[in-house]
Every structure is written in structure tokens, then in C-alpha cells.
Design a protein around this ligand. Structure first.
Ligand code: PRX
Length: 647
């Protein structure tokens, strides 16, 4: 088993404060026993919180590895987020949006329903039908939420592509989804600098001939080219659109959305999520884990381009009628206290962010949060990567003033909802641990052969019972779905791709990916995606890419490159390769270092052993290298890694 990065041990434990327990949505530990005893009864009861047009016939049909949840049930996700709140909360704010330039836009539930219905009518008018996949390529502006909900309203699954992805990455995803309508915008600002989104989209779209229509939001008003017959302005379409649109009646198992994520091959996987199970799972976890109350101002700093934004900005919180705070820009614009300034001005009560951000704030120093009144905060959350105890404690003390419980939530694009996390009114937390499985979830730590690992021993995280919002398949690649998640042990046991260990009290410590996925600032990047881009450069013959642990970002990308014969590498070429990757995937995938080498560690059959490369990059023992074609390569690579430390 690969050695996992050691989180320093921290012995302190934190009990939820008494007043928090008293008022918490869930504060009776019995819930764990009840859920475990009768899984179906547990989820049946919770499914009642969702509005169904037709009740479901059965809770779970489990034919490993295929689950169907709430079969026979009919519902609509946008109805649950909007219409279901109108009577009680029509005038309540659904979204408070703040732009990087401090523009503020607010939508009540009533207004959000109206805008969503208009866009739904527009899309229908453009010929979008139930089952057609619509691609959304928008930054963090309210239109991204309106677009998602409008798609859900008419039964057209959305595929949101993170705005910072390149046009090429957009095109790959459009092609895989067979999407013929894209929603994008002219541009957006990041740290005051214009990002020409439409231009990026156009680059990608040149090779996506299937795309018939592009709806363009006027956001920054920069000059763009509108292609005759294909591109249409959002505001022109919305002007005369009807404000009422009946929600499509969807089957519980109908696809709500597709979300592309990186896997161990170069091709991203289109993770398919259902409607009923996903809505129940995200609704309940949002309510229990974030302890959502009617007067909360809830801020999740993720981007709607990733699963966290889908589940815990849009579907979970809105189906609970929560006021969601949404920020467009960077945490250090114009100054390093922007987040705390936002918390103070909008009186945020819940903050859900990523360990990379927390570590960055730590580095910037206490003076930035100290300038602001953060006393409205009552709960803090963390997601996306392991949080080291130091960062946890800093977050607890400097942001939460020692009084806010922290929920370290473990989950994935594939799980749709949080599976391992504290319940803030029940769980005693330990810094660096995501604590315990959510009620009804069974998780464990296994070795390669499926044996349970004793406490304290590193193993692989496994989920051993189905849950409502689980991935249903990989779009167009059922074989890969089974192969990736359900063949490691048996077809009842989900392989998460993460390393983990348990402590004596059954608390989970998750150490990060054990497969060929790198988690950079919580963004999932496949090693092969980066490798295939490197070798597409005319100077590169071969490339091996691995994650190197990093104090701030969790992991950074190291690329080991063999140049074509006759070429010698210099810093200029290194920078060119780094830019080549960044411009073809997106800036978040920029390799930290490129190391030129004559050879890579390979097996006798010529396969690159990333395990060995990863150990070298991380300055760890390489373990057994006798199966290498040329074990001598290890020393050479170690030397080069040290020498090349500077770029
Ligand atoms: O390695 C785990 C890490 O993020 C991976 C999932 O990435 P993605 O599908 O992009 O979803 C991220 C947001 C849910 C996991 O396999 N991860 C996520 N949350 C945690 C975590 N690692 C440790 N602790 C967490 N709380």
C-alpha cells in the first residue's frame, strides 16, 4: 500500500457547544442507530421532505452496482427549489450576489422563479426538449443558477463546465455530452482583469460543429463576435419570454445533470446524477450538516462549475428555502480581507470553504480577519481535500472565535452528497478528521484484498451500502463505471479512490487520492490528461506526471519530461510547456515544475511507474524498484528533482 501523507496528530477534541446542541436541527444521537437498523424506513421518512408529483413505489432497488431510488416517484428539482418555497418564502431572498467590483444583485424566491421560468420558456422555444443536454459555461453570476434551474425545469440535464476551463476542454465535454446548446457570457472579471469567456468558447466551438445555438449573457460588455444564426443574446431572448413555465414531470431516476470529472485516464468522466435520489440526498445533508435555519445567510465559496456548487449552493440549500450568498471573485481582491469583508457586510452565518483557502488565509495572517466583525458566523465547513489539524485549528480560532463547530465534509462528484462528516449538534470533532459516516451510510477502510484494516492502519476508503445520490453511471461508458468503482473488491462495495484510516473510536482520517488523480487546491486533475497534453507539444517525447504535496494547495503538479532526441531543455521551454498545459486545460492545472530527464521509471513492459515518480517528487523512499527496467534511473531522477527545484 502506498504510504499516505502523514497528517500531524492532534489530540484535542471539540464538543459541540451546549447552545448549539440545544437549537440544532439534529441533536439526538439515536438517529445513527435508527438509520442503520432500517435504511429504507430512514430514507422513506426523509423523502417526505421533498415534493413529489406522484409518490414513489419503493425506496431502493439494489442490483449491485446499480441502484434505483424512489422508483415510480415523479418530481421536478426546480419545483422543489422554487415553487415549493413560494407560499412561505416568496419574498425571502434566495440569492444575494456580490460581484468582484462590489455590485450587488438580489433575488427573492419569487423573482428567481420568474427568471427561471422565463429562461425555461426561452430554451423550450429554441427547441430544447426533455432529455437534451445543455452545456453551461458561465462564471459565478446569478445566471449560472438560473440556467441550471431552467434546465431542470424542462427536464434537460445540464452539464456545467467550470468557467476557467479552456475552450478545448469545453469542446471535449460538449462533444461527449452531444450537447447542441451552450449558455455562456461575453466575459467576467478575475482580480480586476477581464477574462474573455466568449472568445474562449468560440475557440472550442470551432471544432464542435454540433452546437447549433449559443446563448450569451451580457456581463462585462466587452466587444465580442456574435456569429450570425448561432449566437443570441440572453437579454434579447428573455425580454418577451413568458414568466410562467409548468415544470416537467420527471421520473425519480431521470438524469438531473451530468458533471465531468477527472479520472485515471485522459478522458474526463461524465458523472450521471438522478433526480429523486439526488434531491433527497442533498436536501437532507444540507439541512442536517449545515443545520440550515430560516434566518441563515449561508455562504459556500465553491464555484457552481464543480459538484460542491451543484449540491451545496444550488439544490441542497435552495430546496431548504435558504438565503444563499454568492461571490463572483477572488479572495484577495482588492485586498486580502475580501472574504471577511463579505461576511461582515452580509452578516453571513455559515461559511463553507476549502482547506487551500484556509491555509492561504493562514499564510496571509490573522490581521485580515481581525479587521472585521465575524460574530454572525455560527458554523464553519471544509471540503475538497484533507484539512491538516493546524489549518483546522486556525479556522476554529480565528474565523470561528472558538465557538463555531466545524464540519469537515468528505464526499465526491460521484457521491453527490456528503457521506462522511460531523453532525454539528451531535458529533465531537477532532481536527483533521471528517469524523463519522452520515446516518445510513456505511463506510470502512479495507486493504487491497478487501480485509478490514485495524485502527491506525492505512487502507482504502470503501462505502458498503448504497445511498440516494450515488452516481448512476458514466455517460456513454457503463463499462468504465463498473470498472472504476465496483471491481476493486466486489459489486456491493464502492471504491472511492481515497486512502484513509480509522482511529480507535471509528473516526475517519482521509489522506487523499491513491489513484492517478491529483487534487490541486481541491480541483481534480487526471495525471493522464496532463501527460497527454505534454506529449502533444512538438518538443516532448514522453511525460510522467505526479502530485507533489504542497503546504498551501494540498498538491501541485510535477511533470517529468523526456524531450525528443537532439533537443535540450532550458527554462524557456519549461515555461512554454507549463503555459501549454495551462492554456489547454485551464490555469488551475498549471504544473508547478517541469523536470527534464533522459529516462522515466518504467516496468519491463514499458509502463511508467507513477508510484515511483511520486515518491521521488515527494522526497520519499521509493520502496521496491527491482521491477523497473532500469533501477538506476531513480537516483538520476532524485538528483534532477533537487537540481530543478527552482522553476
Ligand atoms: O480525495 C477526496 C477529496 O476530493 C475528492 C473528490 O473530488 P471532487 O469529486 O472534485 O469533489 C470535491 C468536492 C466534494 C475525494 O476523492 N476530498 C473531498 N472532501 C474531502 C476530501 N479529502 C479529505 N477530506 C475531505 N473532507
Amino acid at each position: 500500500m502506498e504510504e499516505t501523507d502523514n497528517l500531524e496528530t492532534e489530540e484535542r477534541k471539540f464538543r459541540p457547544p451546549d447552545d448549539f446542541v440545544k437549537n440544532a436541527n439534529i441533536n439526538d444521537p439515536e438517529i445513527y442507530r435508527k438509520a442503520d437498523e432500517d435504511l429504507e424506513a430512514f430514507w422513506r421518512g426523509l423523502a417526505e421532505e421533498i415534493k413529489w408529483f406522484r409518490g414513489f413505489d419503493s425506496v431502493l432497488e439494489w442490483e449491485p452496482p446499480h441502484a434505483k431510488w424512489f422508483t415510480g416517484g415523479k418530481l421536478n428539482a426546480s419545483y422543489n427549489c422554487l415553487d415549493a418555497n413560494i407560499e412561505k418564502r416568496g419574498d425571502k431572498l434566495a440569492i444575494i450576489w456580490e460581484g468582484e467590483n462590489r455590485d450587488i444583485r438580489k433575488y427573492t424566491y419569487g423573482e428567481l422563479l420568474e427568471e427561471t421560468s422565463r429562461l425555461a420558456n426561452v430554451l423550450k422555444g429554441m427547441g430544447v426538449k426533455k432529455g437534451d443536454i445543455v452545456t453551461i459555461y458561465l462564471p459565478m453570476i446569478p445566471e449560472i443558477i438560473i440556467s441550471m434551474l431552467a434546465c431542470a425545469r424542462i427536464g434537460a440535464p445540464h452539464s456545467v463546465v467550470f468557467a476557467a476551463f479552456s475552450g478545448e476542454a469545453l469542446c471535449t465535454r460538449i462533444a461527449d455530452a452531444q450537447s447542441d446548446l451552450v449558455i455562456t457570457c461575453d466575459g467576467y472579471y478575475r482580480r480586476g482583469k477581464l477574462v474573455e469567456q466568449k472568445k474562449k468558447a468560440d475557440c472550442g466551438l470551432t471544432s464542435c460543429i454540433k452546437v447549433q445555438k449559443v446563448v450569451v449573457v451580457k456581463n462585462t460588455k466587452n466587444d465580442i463576435e456574435m456569429r450570425e444564426g448561432r449566437d443570441v443574446w440572453w437579454h434579447d431572448l428573455m425580454r418577451d419570454a413568458g414568466t410562467v413555465c409548468e415544470p416537467e414531470v420527471m421520473d425519480s431516476e431521470d438524469m438531473l445533470f451530468l458533471m465531468y470529472t477527472s479520472g485515471t485516464t485522459g478522458k474526463p468522466k461524465g458523472i450521471v446524477h438522478s433526480t429523486g435520489g439526488y434531491m433527497v440526498g442533498t436536501h437532507v445533508t444540507a439541512k442536517w450538516i449545515f443545520d440550515l435555519k430560516d434566518d441563515d445567510i449561508y455562504w459556500c465559496t465553491a464555484d457552481c462549475g464543480w459538484i460542491t456548487g451543484h449540491s451545496y449552493i444550488v439544490y441542497g440549500p435552495l430546496s431548504n428555502g435558504t438565503t444563499v450568498l454568492m461571490y463572483e471573485g477572488a479572495p484577495d481582491y482588492p485586498e486580502k480581507d475580501r472574504f471577511w469583508d463579505i461576511v461582515e457586510r452580509h452578516k453571513a452565518t455559515i461559511l463553507y470553504t476549502a482547506p487551500t483557502a484556509i491555509r492561504t488565509f493562514m499564510k496571509w495572517g490573522n490581521k485580515w480577519p481581525a479587521k472585521h466583525d465575524l460574530s454572525t458566523l455560527r458554523l464553519l465547513g471544509s471540503v475538497g481535500e484533507p484539512i491538516n489539524p493546524d489549518a483546522w485549528l486556525w479556522y476554529h480560532e480565528n474565523i470561528g472565535s472558538g465557538r463555531c463547530p466545524i464540519v469537515d465534509t468528505w464526499w465526491q462528484t460521484e457521491t453527490g452528497m456528503v457521506l462522511i462528516s460531523p453532525l454539528p449538534g451531535i458529533t465531537t470533532t477532532k481536527p483533521g478528521s471528517a469524523t463519522l459516516p452520515f446516518p445510513g451510510i456505511r463506510a470502512t477502510v479495507l486493504d487491497e484484498n478487501g480485509n478490514e484494516m485495524p485502527p491506525g492502519k492505512d487502507g482504502l476508503l470503501a462505502i458498503t451500502r448504497p445511498w440516494p445520490s450515488m452516481v448512476r453511471t458514466i455517460h456513454g461508458d457503463e463499462e468504465r463505471f463498473i470498472e472504476t468503482y465496483w471491481t476493486k473488491w466486489d459489486r456491493n462495495t464502492y471504491f472511492a479512490g481515497d486512502g484513509a484510516k480509522l482511529d480507535e473510536e471509528g473516526y475517519f482520517r482521509i489522506s487523499g487520492r491513491v489513484d492517478d488523480v491529483i487534487q490541486v487546491s481541491g480541483h481534480r486533475i487526471g495525471t493522464e490528461e496532463v501527460e497527454s497534453l505534454l506529449v502533444s507539444h512538438p518538443s516532448v517525447a514522453e511525460a510522467g506526471v505526479v502530485g507533489k504535496s504542497d503546504e498551501i494547495k494540498g498538491e501541485v503538479i510535477y511533470g517529468y519530461v523526456i524531450l525528443r532526441s537532439g533537443l535540450s531543455g532550458d527554462n524557456e521551454l519549461k515555461n512554454e510547456l507549463i503555459d501549454h498545459v495551462a492554456s489547454n486545460i485551464g490555469p488551475f492545472a498549471r504544473p508547478k515544475r517541469i523536470i527534464f530527464s533522459e529516462e522515466l521509471p518504467k516496468t519491463r513492459s514499458g509502463k511508467i511507474m507513477r508510484r515511483v515518480l511520486k515518491a521521488i517528487a515527494n522526497g520519499r523512499e521509493t520502496g521496491d524498484v527491482t521491477t523497473l527496467q532500469d533501477p538506476g534511473v531513480v537516483e538520476e531522477l532524485k538528483r534532477r528533482t533537487e537540481e530543478n527545484g527552482l522553476i
